[in-house]
Design a protein around this ligand. Structure first.
Ligand code: ADP
Length: 274
């Protein structure tokens, strides 16, 4: 209705302008719908652990003369509290990567440091599943960008690789330089031998809160926001993220980021050299 009313009013201005206006309104509506969905999703995701905590605290009170039951319920309360903390932290991270200009603090970032940090972050989880982590090709490479955001992006990919893999498998991180249209790029590929992702799901996993198997994601502390964060970080850095996967065989997520070569660093520090 609204769109038609506007188009009727501006019709004399020419059909191209009308088309643009109608497209604009459609786009505005789409954005509004996405925002509404997001708020609904956040509310739902927050309600789940809060509801569980409330039930569990009641159960603790009812079981006050059964120390074993109290301990069991308290343990589950801790899990729900952790889930809540993770979710709030990831929401903060997501809002940060969506709103800040990451390139304001951009610098050359050593790839071997990013990789070591990502591995460190998953060491405990990988250890309990006896997953081997190995990295290669990272020496002497630098990417251009915001260190914290790049670390979050790679960390999320490695964390997923570990979370969605069975015990005693291998997670590999490989780095290499490739030439792209806008100069040299660095490719960082995270490969796992995990459950894989179907073609249908591949299209959706980068959406906020989309999870192939919500129960499994929740069991590993997942929030469904990790890949949305990765996508935003990469986009704001002028990079790309792609996924290859075969169900039951494993997945490879590849980040493609601007290289920070020596020449580039000098140009950044002394713009007049350009
Ligand atoms: P989550 O917190 O659930 O891991 P993500 O946004 O990081 O959320 O990932 C979205 C979904 O994509 C996951 O729930 C999972 O179903 C799927 N996924 C992500 N990484 C992998 C992987 N390496 N192997 C298999 N499935 C994956």
């Amino acid at each position: 209705g609204e769109a038609l009313a506007v188009s009727a009013r501006v019709a004399p201005l020419g059909s191209r302008l009308v088309l643009l206006l109608v497209e604009d309104l459609t786009e505005a509506r789409r954005i509004e719908a996405v925002r509404r969905d997001f708020v609904a999703n956040v509310s739902h995701e927050l309600k789940t652990p809060v509801g569980a905590l409330s039930l569990l605290s009641e159960a603790v009170m009812d079981a006050s003369d059964d120390p074993e039951a109290v301990e069991r319920f308290a343990g589950r309360m801790q899990i729900e509290a952790t889930r809540l903390t993770n979710l709030v932290q990831e929401l903060i991270d997501l809002s940060r990567v969506q709103n800040d200009d990451p390139l304001e603090d951009a610098e050359p970032v050593r790839v071997d440091e990013l990789v070591a940090e990502a591995i460190d972050r998953c060491r405990h989880q990988a250890g309990t599943k006896q997953i081997t982590m190995a990295a290669g090709g990272t020496a002497d490479l630098h990417v251009w960008g915001n260190r914290g955001q790049l670390a979050a992006a790679l960390g999320n990919l490695v964390e997923n690789a570990v979370n969605y893999s069975p015990a005693r498998t291998r997670v590999g991180i490989a780095a290499r330089r490739v030439s792209g249209s806008g100069g040299d790029m660095i490719e960082l590929a995270v490969t796992d031998q995990g459950i894989g992702i179907s073609d249908k799901d591949k299209e959706r996993i980068f959406e906020r809160f989309y999870r192939v198997d919500p129960a499994r994601s929740r069991a590993t502390g997942g929030t469904g926001l990790g890949l949305a964060i990765v996508k935003h970080v990469v986009a704001s850095h002028g990079g790309e993220v792609t996924v290859w996967s075969a169900q039951g065989q494993g997945s490879t997520f590849t980040l493609r980021l601007q290289e920070a070569g020596v020449a580039r660093d000098r140009a950044q520090q002394h713009p007049d050299l350009d």
